[in-house]
Design a protein around this ligand. Structure first.
Ligand SMILES: [Mn+2]
Length: 356
């Protein structure tokens, strides 16, 4: 495995002599090496990875012996590399570094100038937002695990079971079937709790007639998946059916219009109009979707305030919902990759209302 920092160097050499990347997700993106500690230095068309002794051996195996440097005396080593290579201006991730970390950098490297604009973070976002085939393969592998977990959970859910038991079973299934981690804290909320879009699974026991909303994903090689399904235990009421069908109609309509060139605002509006026209505009408070990759939430956004235009190779979620406080909620979420003329849905689970 090698660094994939060529595109990044092309972009950053316009405004800096080097970039220092500390955030876990960006380090992993450019090195493929997962670690809780490290710094990636990109300069002069080259890159070096600094990490502590807990990781140096594994990092050398993954990245290459000559590219990995023990990070003890990091700042002395950086100073030396900077002086030898004429590095004066160093770009940092202005959306990732804490103030304390930045103060420390300035204190340790007082003779250098730091580029603290959003230039580096924007350059990284522009690279990460378009997924290469190898990245899509990992996202699909993660999604497959989540789909298998969904099939499994449908046979597992019984009346009297708690939300927590359901979320733990989804996690156990994913982790024991190839997930390196779960994408985020699994949501399984039932009955009245399902009106809380990001409710926390608790001790509530499933009853006949409950909707259960499950929002979950797996990660494979650092790449996330994200899906949501709402199912009913026993017969749904007319209102539950109507709300479910409205969310499904909105979701399918949005998936139908996704393509290279549509904006995040336009995509959101397609789904939002359907929900509004059904009388539930006030009950869909969040945006339609978000990008997915080495982070569970990343660019682009699909929402009334989104600034992105969707492009070929973007991977996004489409997840409208209707939430009726004190009653119930419904959300249906698929992940799709944008193509020239449309999109390919990466989620293969059924969407008609499942009654358990
Ligand atoms: Mn999501």
């Amino acid at each position: 495995m090698m660094f994939n920092t060529d595109k990044l160097w092309e972009k950053i050499s316009v405004f800096s002599d080097a970039a220092l990347i500390f955030s876990m997700e960006n380090r992993r993106y450019f090195t493929q090496f997962p670690s809780s500690d490290g710094a990636l230095l990109v300069y002069g068309g080259k890159a070096l990875f600094f990490t502590d002794s807990r990781y140096t051996e594994a990092a050398a195996k993954c990245i290459g012996e000559d590219k990995v440097i023990d990070s003890s005396n990091l700042y002395e080593k950086l100073k030396e590399i900077f002086s030898v290579n004429g590095v004066k201006r160093i770009a940092v991730e202005n959306d990732k570094l804490t103030l304390a970390e930045f103060d420390n950098l300035k204190e340790k490297l007082p003779e250098f100038e730091f580029v603290t604009s959003s230039a580096l973070s924007t350059a990284i976002e522009e690279i990460r937002i378009v997924k290469e085939a190898s990245e899509v393969t990992k996202i699909k592998a993660a999604q497959k695990i989540a789909e298998d977990a969904f099939s499994h959970i449908l046979t597992f859910i019984k009346e009297g079971m708690t939300e927590k038991e359901i979320s733990l079973e989804l996690d156990f299934y994913m982790l024991s079937h190839g997930a390196e981690a779960v994408s985020f804290e699994t949501i399984a909320v039932a009955g009245k709790n399902s009106s809380m879009p990001h409710g926390v699974p608790g001790e509530y026991k499933i009853q006949k007639g409950d909707f259960i909303t499950m929002d979950f994903g797996a990660t494979v090689d650092g790449y996330h998946s994200d899906m949501t399904r709402t199912v009913c235990v026993g017969e749904p009421s007319e209102k539950q059916k109507e709300v479910y069908e409205t969310v499904l109609k909105a979701q399918n309509a949005a998936l139908d219009v996704l393509h290279d060139g549509i904006t995040g605002v336009e995509a959101d509006k397609i789904a939002r109009d359907i929900i509004e026209n059904a009388g539930y505009g006030k009950n869909f408070g969040h945006g339609l979707g978000h990008g997915v990759g080495v982070e569970i939430h990343e660019a682009p956004n699909l929402s009334p305030r989104a600034s992105h235009t969707l492009k070929e190779g973007h991977v996004v979620t489409v997840e409208p919902g209707i939430y009726l406080p004190g009653e119930f909620g419904v959300r249906i979420e698929d992940m799709a990759i944008i193509t020239k003329d449309g999109c390919i849905n990466l989620t293969n689970c059924p969407k008609e209302l499942i009654i358990l």
